[in-house]
Design a protein around this ligand. Sequence first.
Ligand code: AMP
Ligand code: MG
Length: 351
Amino acid sequence: MKPSLIPALLLAGLLLPLTTPRSLAEDRPLITWQGRTMGSPYTVQITGTNLTEAQVGEIRNEVEQRLMEINRQISNYQPDSELSKFNRAPANTPLQVSPEFARVVRFGLELSRRSHGAFDPTLGPVINLWGFGNESTGHTVPPDALLESTRRKTGWKLLSLTDDNELLKTIPDLALDLGGVGKGFGVDQMAAVLQSHGLTDFYTSIAGEVRVLGLSPRGTNWHLGISTPVDNWRETDTMAAGVWLSNQALSTSGDYQKFFLDAQGQRQCHIIDPRTGRPVQHHLAGVSVVAPDSMTADGLGTTLFVLGLKDGMKFIDSWTNAAALFIVRESDGSFRQIPSARFNRMACYEP
Ligand code: AMP
Ligand code: MG
């Protein structure tokens, strides 16, 4: 559904809802709040229903409890999380993990297998080395020898997960980093809490991971913006494109929010190419993925960013229920948008 009026535009890049002009004020009740989780802002918008203050308080409390629970499972930043315990665990000793943690790892490993290792949830030690991890103190280009010895501590094939959720590593230093899928999983869990309260029309997000259900305050599909991939994009910067979604998720990965410039002025971003152990270097500035749920969209976004335009396009077309918009940085600094075959149909894309 593509309405003629422009409803509230929500930002998928950094995620702050834009103020709606008065003349376009919402015509259905809108309950909204923001908080913080996983080092990022999260947003909830609920519409289509009237809730009492007490009901909103109860739902909000439950959402926050669930987010804390997820952090206790998959956070790299909490020393007592299940993930941190696994990272410290010895080799060849199966560790029983929660079903939720197992689900995220299982999906990460599926992405690794299907992408032939472009997505690798065991890159933790290398990510730290480049200054983008929980143990990092600053951004530096690591010496080659250190990079090589650290790379030997990674590899998704050194990790296994049984059907009974027993996680095992075959070398002691193997360390998980679920940063490429974790926020998406968090959004799905927030959505599950909202649905368990019978809510059918809402927007949920953590940083650039968004999931929408039902209709927006205007009674239309949700109108989301994909930010122009300019360095350190802010609310006042422009949108590259708009999409209209319902019962779908949107995720954006790119090299323009978390990066540093090395001594040669070369951009070094937070997404690492497992084939080199170095930040991805190509002409892709960002990629946005639409999928049925946020964990899928999140994981695919990171994977496509590693794969780059050509291989990424092939990969997303092999994924029957997802589509992507690739944004290429041209040599003159301008941006070119290249949608995958299904993107327009799935997203009602407005370039
Ligand atoms: P996202 O912002 O969702 O694209 O995720 C980026 C995060 O994923 C990084 O901050 C790392 O924690 C992690 N990451 C980086 N490179 C990879 C990779 N090749 N495979 C899996 N996770 C990665
Ligand atoms: Mg991701």
